[in-house]
Write a protein that binds this ligand. Sequence first.
Ligand code: CU
Length: 149
Amino acid sequence: MNRRTALAGVVALTAGLTLAGCSSSDGAPDLTVSGAFMPQPVGDMAAGFLVVKNSGGTSDRLTSVTSPLSDDVTIHETKNQAMRMVTSFDVPAGGELDLRRGGNHIMFMKLKQRPEQGDTISVELHFEKADPIKVDLPVKETTYNPKTQ
Ligand code: CU
């Protein structure tokens, strides 16, 4: 092996190590979803709640939600007991986005069907960086709130 090919080998090896270290520690967002549910709606709109945890070293943003239940799904924040639409929610690096009753939520308008307790509603969460995540929301009783149980 001459000096030039040996050097090229070292460079390639170093580049490989850098990439591997990057993806395992502070590379892409690493998202998991838990605690998803939908309270049985009483009218023609419904809300969805869940927690998105980011174990990665890079922050991400929830930018939209889609569902077969409705063509009009938006994300809302609640401030001073009034809700308003937002364009995205932060999913901080090493933290979580918490959609819970009385706070931030997914809003489904113009429902194509009326979900009943025991049904499952599928949604797809879309993020700025991470791949979309499909989630099943079990429909619970109208007053269900895991944070107080
Ligand atoms: Cu709302």
